[in-house]
Design a protein around this ligand. Structure first.
Ligand code: HEM
Length: 477
């Protein structure tokens, strides 16, 4: 007690607080915080973890102590999968990470700079609408969860690799989705991380975890090698595209590096960035659109209002093609996206941070090398800052300066500070355009209208809608 650590629920020998974490991780932490306070110390096996669940504590951690909290814990077992910190998302804080983030912002994530990605987004949306129109003519229901994962997967796959899923020689859509799902699953904490030394290793060995990890790493690496080889072959044969993809740009940068450059981009960095973009970009953006559609179907008043805005502002388009610029006119649609991000942040605990030195949060001492989780799911529904927090009410953002860009600590769906999501602009452009297409062309109804829509959550790092969203599209025009 004289170390003035944050409050902590009762721990059991060896396992610590693990026994209290059953069910959805972010919800367990939410419940524990309600009982013990917004700065909570947990021990999971041999790992110390502080969980932050209030606006004020988040501001202290991510703003006041941004520098001390901006590295990620990198674990021995999974580090190979994350390319030993040569990527962005799991890289320790330092010169190399700063350069990689700067480069990604300038080259790939700024929507105004990268116009070619805009065409990819528009083309993929047109294709999605075409398929949905066929379903609408047949009056059949569609699995919108699958449709939206497919949409974002194709947008990101084409932006990164320059190919459609179905054009590649080395992989098909299902294979890459399965592979990335495995990376996400295996890349989280393992028993060896929680129980360093013999015990954890033994459990991972017996359960086959280590073998699976190695197999998945080899598969992802082989796939990336094939795709990189194709790009290198094209560049030797001088097959140039008018729209270079992310791999083209990174290879070009590697080629043009000079001896004296202080930062040198490597093929491992390239693989890490591509892996990150796919892992961090696809399911987060798809999840956000799925939750937005689910909330709209559940709230017909909001659905009507947003569709009225869209259809009035855009009117009847001759070629029926929606362009990205159309989104600029749609203020209420933007509020719908904001409200979705408040209630359904795709990564409810952000990505784990690790303190680099001892800091104080809300008066408590947080020792160096403590894992830090910020429960933004909890923060976004804190009744101290949000009136009727569980209600889906986009109007709450009218004349309200709170935003998702990391400066308002009342909602932090993209995190904040030095490790804030670098893909915000890309994500928002993808989500807004996708929703606009769904809401302009179609009305939506439940397959069984007398049944309530299930809103149960599932997942750990990212939180999906547990039951896939199945809806019937009805052609509007
Ligand atoms: C709605 C969609 C998205 C959401 C909700 C989201 C959310 C997040 C969050 C919460 C973090 C951790 C931030 C922190 O720890 O403070 C993160 C990190 C990251 N995101 Fe996103 N993201 C989205 C889309 C994207 C897209 C489209 C890309 C790339 C094209 C992307 C790339 C990244 C990367 C590379 C990181 C790691 C940054 C670092 O550790 O320095 N994200 N994202």
């Amino acid at each position: 007690s004289n170390r003035n650590l944050p409050p902590s629920p009762l721990k059991l020998p060896v396992i610590g607080n693990l026994y209290q974490l059953r069910g959805l991780f972010h919800k367990c932490l939410h419940d524990l915080s309600k009982k013990h306070g917004p700065v909570l110390l947990l021990r999971l096996g041999f790992l110390d973890m502080v969980v932050i669940s209030s606006t004020e504590a988040a501001e202290e951690a991510l703003k006041v102590h941004d520098l001390e909290c901006c590295t990620r814990p990198i674990t021995n077992v999974t580090s190979k999968l994350w390319r030993d910190g040569q990527d962005i998302g799991l890289a320790p804080y330092g010169e190399s990470l700063r350069e990689l983030r700067k480069l990604s912002f300038l080259k790939f994530f700024s929507t105004t700079k990268v116009r070619s990605f805009r065409y990819i987004r528009e083309e993929e949306n047109d294709l999605m609408v075409k398929k949905l129109k066929e379903a609408a003519l047949k009056k059949s229901s569609v699995d919108l969860s699958q449709t939206l994962f497919g949409l974002v997967g194709s947008i990101i796959f084409r932006s990164a690799f320059g190919q459609r899923f179905d054009e590649g020689n080395h992989v098909n859509a299902e294979k890459i989705e399965d592979l990335m799902f495995e990376v996400q699953k295996l890349g989280a904490l393992s028993n060896s991380d929680l129980f360093p030394g013999g015990l954890g290793w033994f459990v991972d060995f017996v359960s086959g975890h280590n073998k699976k990890l190695h197999k998945v790493f080899v598969e992802v690496d082989t796939l990336l090698n094939h795709i990189i080889d194709d790009h290198l072959k094209n560049s030797i044969e001088e097959i140039t595209h008018d729209r270079p993809d992310i791999i083209d740009s990174l290879l070009d940068m590697i080629r043009k590096q000079e001896q004296g450059d202080s930062f040198k981009l490597t093929i491992d960095n390239l693989k890490g960035i591509i892996q990150d973009i796919y892992l961090a970009g696809v399911d987060t953006s798809a999840i956000t659109m799925i939750w937005a559609m689910a909330e709209l179907v559940k709230n017909p008043r909001v659905m009507k209002k947003v569709q009225d805005e869209i259809r009035t502002c855009i009117g009847i388009k001759q070629n029926e093609k929606i362009e990205e610029d159309d989104v600029d006119k749609l203020q209420y649609l933007k509020l719908v996206v904001k409200e979705t991000l408040r209630l359904h942040p795709a990564a409810p605990l952000l990505l784990p941070r690790e303190t680099m030195s001892q800091i104080k949060i809300q008066g408590y001492n947080i020792p160096s090398k403590t894992i830090l989780l910020v429960n933004v799911w909890s923060i976004g529904r804190d009744p101290k800052h949000w009136k009727n927090p569980e209600e889906f009410n986009p109007e709450r953002f009218i004349d309200c300066p709170i935003d998702y860009k990391g400066n308002s600590f009342e909602m932090l769906p993209f995190g904040s500070g030095r490790r804030i999501c670098p893909g915000i602009a890309f994500a928002i452009a993808t989500v807004e355009l996708g929703l606009l297409n769904l809401l302009y062309h179609f009305d939506w109804r439940l397959p069984e209208e007398d049944k309530d829509l299930d809103m149960e959550e599932a997942g750990d790092v990212t939180i999906i809608k547990k039951v896939p969203l199945k809806l019937v599209p009805v052609l509007h025009h």
